[in-house]
Design a binder for this molecule. Structure first.
Ligand SMILES: N[C@@H](CCC(=O)N[C@@H](CS)C(=O)NCC(=O)O)C(=O)O
Length: 238
């Protein structure tokens, strides 16, 4: 059996899968994709991930993309320990939650890409930028790359994104049972959002976590799990 993860150390979706793999206790090989060099837009990578994003996992050489789908697949193939809610209804709610969290990614991008890509993207000539655009499959990401290259996100846009991420914390607050998001135990619902909370905590709105005792306790509990250390989230800004 082989598991090969194409990932980027600071990518939230990659962190989600790394945390899930570590919670499962699965051994895997990791290959870093250098997003700043647009390795994820090269034909060889697009062949295993048509969306041109990280992560992608290869299980026995079979590629799979979408971090939430990857985690559900891993849970089906490696059921112990179980990391999905057991009741069909709670599982359905968890899937909607993961979808909701995924839909918020642009708000992280607005903060993250300033650190990760802006300095490099700004230096691209118009011709280089155009060439890059041709390789990017998603309109949302073409826009994000164009923004960091030519029209940095404004303070108002950052505030708008911060407010959406803080609203996500309020939703989490209302979902908690026994300290966790689904069925009163740790699950993919918690793992999926942990990388987002990491960024909220270290830069975007740390006070918003401190002001919500249930979220602060949840975040402490997530970080104290041995798998969290092994997943190696690390600081976003060096
Ligand atoms: N819904 C996708 C999102 C993947 C995603 O957005 N990955 C980001 C890093 S967190 C990425 O590859 N960004 C580089 C880019 O879009 O050019 C998933 O969960 O796998």
């Amino acid at each position: 059996m082989s598991l090969l993860l194409y990932h980027a150390p600071k990518s939230s979706a990659s962190r989600r899968v790394r945390l899930f793999l570590e919670e499962k206790g699965l051994a895997y090989e990791a290959k870093e994709v250098d997003l700043s060099k647009q390795e994820h837009h090269q034909p060889a990578y697009l062949a295993i991930n048509p969306l041109g994003v990280v992560p992608t996992i290869l299980h026995d050489n079979k590629p799979l993309h979408e971090s939430g789908t990857i985690c559900e697949y891993l849970d089906a193939v490696f059921p112990d320990p179980p990391l999905l809610p057991s009741s069909p209804y709670q599982l359905a709610l968890m899937r909607n939650w993961v979808r909701h969290v995924d839909g918020l990614i642009i708000n992280l991008i607005r903060f993250n890409w300033r650190h990760a890509f802006q300095a490099k993207a700004e230096k691209l000539s118009d011709a280089e930028l155009e060439e890059m655009m041709r390789r990017i499959p998603s309109a949302e990401r073409r826009d994000a790359w164009m923004r960091v290259a030519r029209k940095p996100y404004t303070p108002e846009e950052l505030d708008e994104s911060r407010a959406k991420l803080v609203a996500m914390l309020d939703t989490m607050d209302s979902m908690m049972t026994n300290g966790w998001l689904f069925e009163g135990r740790y699950s993919l619902g918690d793992i999926a959002v942990a990388p987002f909370v990491k960024r909220i905590d270290e830069e975007i709105a740390p006070d918003a976590i401190a002001a919500r005792p249930k979220i602060a306790a949840w975040w402490e509990a997530v970080q104290s799990r041995p798998a969290y250390a092994r997943a190696n989230f690390g600081p976003f800004v060096d």
